[in-house]
Design a protein around this ligand. Structure first.
Ligand code: SF4
Length: 432
């Protein structure tokens, strides 16, 4: 029985790095300090239902093949396609991203990750208006006012508030919760809103109006209305005063604002609010990233191509145009003629028309688990679990890279994402 300390949780973008995993005879028997979803990822990792060999669909029946043949078939699908899509990447490590991007360049694919259906608009907003950010460590030690806008960390990032914001003590915030004011902006009375000091119950799709009203109030401009986006003007002024008087504030935002009306314009406006606030106080912002390494893919793609997501290599050089080259759009328009999906499950989450097209074209699914995407695929390649069975780098939501640890040996003869992608690249090189 051994206790492995300082293990990083490969589930959400909080990347908690203080877990202890107890291993007995090669099996994970206990996980300490993790939230329930993080612990469940470790405790279910070694269940028997896992597939350990690649499978190909022939006449509607699944047939087992070896990794060599799976790599050959993947390479053939990608090379023969006129315009393949390589999508996913957010639940694997940066070492896999690097090889995947090289394959995309060699086969002239469009490559995209889950950011295009979550924080893509945030990225566009950041490119328009800049990113006055900080690390989660600075939030923990300094922040006295924290806004959660359009996100519900109590459910989606369960340890975020206890590790970095509301309930933790920091160097300049020794009394923890007492030293901090939490503001939640959400149309629903969420579990996070229940714990907040102020809940602004904005009307759905009117975030832009509320941000604009707050900007006006921060600058002392009179708002000639009784309410904005369902919030009485007095409350807007009260919150404006509160955030102006912060000594260190951080805005965390989620898909409640990126995917509501206005999309990247909401983020643009929110960044301008933070910029305005910096005339009076120190303010920063951080996106609440979902998949644990969604940030990592955006980082790796940016340092290899200059662009964070939705990149097309069909002309031999990277082109960036979300809307034109994002995964949902190229699928809905029926433009791509093959798809390679890794470390995500668009079969469960994409719009129906996109999933229908994915089911019509040759589809490869690389994932440790059997998913709805695997169900639709022509080739399924099981791989070992990143951050549990093999180690590498992931980026936390505040863009801090963290080394993920290996805690147990993977099933014998199974490959990890990097090993499989390296086999594919060799086969691609033989074919092109
Ligand atoms: Fe894992 Fe996120 Fe829970 Fe932390 S908050 S233990 S990273 S799932």
């Amino acid at each position: 029985r051994k206790v492995i300390k300082d293990v990083v949780c490969p589930f959400c973008g909080t990347l908690c790095d203080d877990l202890e995993v107890v291993v007995e005879d090669g099996e994970i028997v206990e996980v300490r300090h993790a939230c329930r979803i993080g612990a469940a990822k470790f405790l279910t990792a070694q269940e028997d239902h896992r597939h350990t060999e690649p499978m190909i669909k022939e006449n509607g029946e699944w047939k087992k093949i070896d990794y060599e043949d799976a790599a050959e078939e993947t390479a053939r699908i990608l090379v023969e396609a006129k315009w393949p899509l390589m999508y996913g990447w957010s639940s694997t490590l940066c070492e896999a991203h690097e090889v995947g991007i090289e394959i995309a360049e060699k086969v002239g694919a469009v490559i995209d990750n889950t950011a295009s259906v979550c924080h893509g608009p945030s990225t566009l907003g950041l490119q328009d208006a800049g990113v006055p950010s900080c690390t989660l460590g600075e939030v923990k030690n300094r922040a006295d006012v924290i806004i959660y806008w359009g996100c519900n960390p109590m459910h989606a990032h369960p340890r975020h508030m206890s590790r970095y914001t509301a309930f933790t003590r920091g160097f300049f915030r020794p009394k923890g919760r007492e030293d901090r004011t939490i503001i939640v902006v959400d149309p629903r009375r969420t579990a996070t809103a229940e714990l907040a000091d102020v809940h602004l119950q904005v009307r759905p799709n009117e975030d832009y109006e509320l941000i604009s009203a707050l900007r006006a109030a921060v600058h002392g401009i009179e708002i000639e209305r009784e309410e904005v986006a369902g919030i009485p003007v007095e409350a807007v002024h009260e919150v404006a005063d509160l955030i102006k008087e912060a000594s260190f504030g951080t805005l965390f935002w989620g898909m409640g604002i990126t995917m509501s009306r206005g999309r990247h314009r909401n983020i643009d406006n929110a960044i301008c609010l933070i910029r305005d606030l910096n005339e009076y106080a120190k303010w920063t912002l951080i996106m609440m990233r979902g998949h644990y390494n969604v940030t990592g893919f955006n980082e790796v793609l940016t340092w290899t191509t200059g662009y964070p997501f939705a990149v097309d290599f069909s002309r031999g050089y990277p082109r960036y145009n979300p809307g034109e080259f994002s995964a949902v759009d190229v699928l809905i328009r029926g433009e791509v003629d093959a798809a390679f999906v890794i470390a995500s499950d668009p079969g469960a989450h994409f719009p129906r028309k996109a999933v229908e097209h994915m089911a019509r074209i040759p589809l490869v699914c690389v994932d440790p688990h059997w998913t709805p995407t695997a169900e639709l695929a022509d080739l399924y390649v099981p791989v070992t679990i990143a951050g549990i069975e093999w180690e590498g780098t992931a980026y936390r939501m505040d863009s801090v890279p963290i080394r993920m640890r290996k805690v147990v040996e993977p099933p014998e003869s199974m490959l990890n994402d990097v090993e499989f992608l390296e086999m594919v690249i060799e086969k691609v090189e033989e074919m092109v």
